[in-house]
Design a protein around this ligand. Structure first.
Ligand code: HEM
Length: 241
């Protein structure tokens, strides 16, 4: 298994304690015994500022203009919620809650289908810093913390699935399901060591939410196709700049 933690805004040199560095990302790749792969791409906000690719483009085009962003937030509840929800800096990449946002269809052996949304939660519970404490930390405190944490032992995470109730919408990742929906525990993830420089070892490394296995299918969320295409373009540009 490979995992990649990340900060939100793709601004090189942005300190980990900067407000624009949240939500944090966690991408996981399972390397399967048959040589295949399957990925989960999650971030630390239970939702998204846009429900469709077009709306996300509007959001991106409003950045970094505070007045345009505010005008968009006034018209788009998903943007308002994304901006207004506190996203405190984590004490560690390993002490943050991560949400898969996009629903998938899970098919059991009898062919029964049920929608679910991934969550990856720290076994030891979440822990955050105040914005002031994070701003006082070194710019790369999260990578440094992960390095020393892994030197002391594995990082344990819980892989969970929030299960939809009948009638829950499945096409809009910007809109979370009610918190009373059951959470199924799918398994445990154990991170043991830093992978070194993966970009050198595997320049085209990418995590793609539609890299699925039998029994897990895309939902009707239009973001899935947009994400798949965008992640491929990004990874190709990184591999062959
Ligand atoms: C819907 C909820 C979404 C979540 C939870 C999410 C989360 C993430 C995360 C965690 C990463 C870093 C992955 C890594 O380490 O390789 C990422 C990268 C990226 N995301 Fe998203 N994202 C979402 C939607 C979108 C959408 C709608 C687009 C564009 C249509 C998009 C475009 C990208 C791109 C281009 C990258 C860089 C990929 C790479 O360079 O490998 N994302 N996203």
């Amino acid at each position: 298994m490979l995992a990649r933690f990340s900060n939100f805004a793709a601004i090189p040199g942005l300190p980990d304690g900067h407000p624009a560095a949240s939500p944090r990302g966690l991408a996981v790749k399972f390397l399967l015994p048959d040589g295949g792969e399957t990925d989960i791409v999650a971030h630390s906000f239970n939702g998204f500022p846009a429900a469709t690719p077009e709306a996300f483009l509007c959001f991106l085009r409003s950045l970094p203009d505070a007045a345009r962003l505010e005008a968009l937030a006034a018209a788009e509840p998903a943007v308002r919620r994304f901006l207004d929800t506190p996203k405190p800096p984590p004490a560690s990449y390993a002490s943050e809650n991560y949400f898969g946002v996009t629903a998938f269809v899970f098919v059991d052996a009898a062919g029964r289908r049920r929608h679910g949304r991934y969550r990856i939660l720290p076994q030891a519970g979440a822990a955050w810093l105040t914005p002031e404490a994070a701003a006082a930390r070194e710019p790369g405190y999260l990578a440094a913390e992960l390095r020393s944490r892994l030197a002391a032992g594995p990082v344990a995470l819980r892989l969970m699935l929030q299960l939809a109730a009948p009638g829950d919408q499945t096409a809009d990742g910007s809109h979370p399901w009610p918190e009373d929906r059951p959470l199924a525990e799918l398994g445990a993830l154990s991170l043991h060591r830093l992978a070194g420089a993966p970009d050198a070892a595997r320049p085209d490394l990418r995590f793609v939410p539609t890299s699925l296995v039998a029994g897990i299918e895309p939902s009707d969320d239009p973001m899935l196709l947009a994400r798949t295409l965008a992640y491929d373009v990004s990874a190709e540009r990184r591999a062959r700049p």
